[in-house]
Design a protein around this ligand. Sequence first.
Ligand code: FES
Ligand code: FES
Length: 174
Amino acid sequence: MTDQLRGDVVLRVNGADRVVNLDNRVTLLDALREHLRLTGTKKGCDHGQCGACTVLVDGQRANSCLLLAVAAGGREVTTVEGLAAGGDLHALQRAFIAHDGFQCGYCTPGQLCSALGMLAEAEEGLPSWAGDDLDSVAPADLDDDEIRERMSGNLCRCGAYAGIVAAVREVARG
Ligand code: FES
Ligand code: FES
């Protein structure tokens, strides 16, 4: 029975196609960590509540603990390992360092991927509850309330929120 549930899946992760043989009940999070050894993406709650497992799927934020790997087949998955380019840290990574946006660092990969997706959402004009106009489609003005609201799916048990907000604010303002 179990063999009937296994099959090859092509995951496109950080620009490279990776073939993995999986039980089709395996989550994207476990596929990344246990099959591809991309352990930057963290497992916190495994229930969609903490955001530690956040990655980008086709550029949009996703909790990889809630997404089956087979559902991510053929889609563009970006993990924290894919943020730096050519040995240079991403601007968000530099800003997190500059503003002490972490303590233990466990939530940080998810915070970084979430911030990257959030900045794109705000630029596209997707509204948030912190905004004045939920019908607006203009790029959002990311003040601290907006940043907190839009990043509220990513918990930090170390309480490094002040640094995280400062880092995201700096990148949002270029
Ligand atoms: Fe996925 Fe917590 S591990 S949301
Ligand atoms: Fe420790 Fe966020 S830095 S959980």
